[in-house]
Ligand binder design. Structure first.
Ligand code: AMP
Length: 287
């Protein structure tokens, strides 16, 4: 399954992507995480992206497409992926379409996470990431729980600098103007676009998401079923083709029946003509 998650910062797409990653055994590919890794490693790209990210701006399309091209070429992405935070511009969406066409692996769905902006502020201001295991929690909705990395009994939560209110508002504005409007418009004509109500408890959103993706009530659809769904249009096409052939044969049979009837009639006419002629030529026997 190849999916794009689109949503404002804090709409919960990262959390849901982590859940689907486990259920479908496909990687969550977060371009924000990739950039943060570059930043932490102090790579030239990380140094370049640092200020842009801190101000809530976007890293240039060429760089982002190169990152995605490289990431999608890795073995774990061959079975599918969830793109989280990419594409963010129409140029990125076009580049992705081209890249996936080259790979022969088109997208299955683009999911737009729909959430009220006030809710977003609440979510984002409470968002914390464990600096060791990288799990995302929320002090308002989903307090830290579960295991950290081996050897650590507790998570160590930190707030991302770009989750601070002023930066967040700029990111929200930019998302609306440069991402939601143009990119959803780009995908609108593809038939891939789905919207999920991303408000409410995390479990509820997961249920809605799975339903939206056609995976049923919280359970992962069996691969067989998903394949069958993918095969459905091909099956319908085959049925149509068979029906066309049957119609043609029926027409041909009808035609040949009419032809046979006409021929029989002609033969009968000819025979009776011949009989009549023979009768005329044969002199009547004298009694
Ligand atoms: P995220 O974690 O997805 O909210 O991304 C954090 C920051 O990384 C964004 O505010 C951007 O500065 C940068 N970034 C992530 N993904 C992209 C992208 N697809 N295009 C441009 N910039 C990005």
């Amino acid at each position: 399954m190849r999916i794009v998650f689109m949503g404002a910062p804090g709409s919960g797409k990262g959390t849901q992507a982590q859940r689907l990653e486990k259920q479908f055994s496909i990687p969550q590919i977060s371009t924000g995480d990739i950039l943060r890794k570059h930043l932490a490693d102090g790579t030239p790209l990380g140094l370049r992206a640092k200020e842009i990210m801190a101000s809530g701006g976007y890293v240039d399309d060429e760089t982002m497409l190169a990152i995605i091209r490289e990431r999608l070429s890795q073995a774990d992405a061959a079975r599918g992926f969830i793109l989280d935070g990419f594409p963010r511009t129409v140029a990125q969406a076009e580049g992705l379409t081209k890249l996936l066409a080259e790979l022969g692996t088109p997208l299955d769905a683009v999911v737009l996470f729909d959430v009220d902006h006030e809710q977003l502020v609440k979510r984002v201001s409470g968002r914390r990431t464990c600096e060791f295991c990288k799990k995302v929690f929320n002090v308002n909705f989903a307090p830290a729980s579960g295991e950290c990395i081996p050897g650590r009994s507790e998570h160590s939560l930190v707030q991302r600098p770009d989750d601070r209110e002023d930066t967040f508002k700029e990111r929200l504005r930019k998302y609306e103007e440069d991402t939601r409007k143009p990119v959803s418009h780009y995908y609108a004509s593809t038939g891939l676009m789905r919207t999920v109500d991303a408000e409410g408890a995390i479990d509820e959103v997961t249920q809605r998401l799975l339903t939206t993706l056609g995976a049923g009530g919280g359970k992962v659809a069996a691969p067989k079923k998903r394949n069958a769904q993918r095969r459905a249009p091909r099956k319908a096409k085959a049925v149509k083709a068979v029906r066309r052939v049957v119609r043609k044969l029926q027409k041909a049979v009808k035609k040949s029946r009419t032809a046979a009837k006409t021929a029989r009639k002609a033969v009968r006419k000819r025979v009776s003509k011949l009989k009549a002629r023979a009768k005329r030529r044969t002199p009547a026997r004298k009694k």
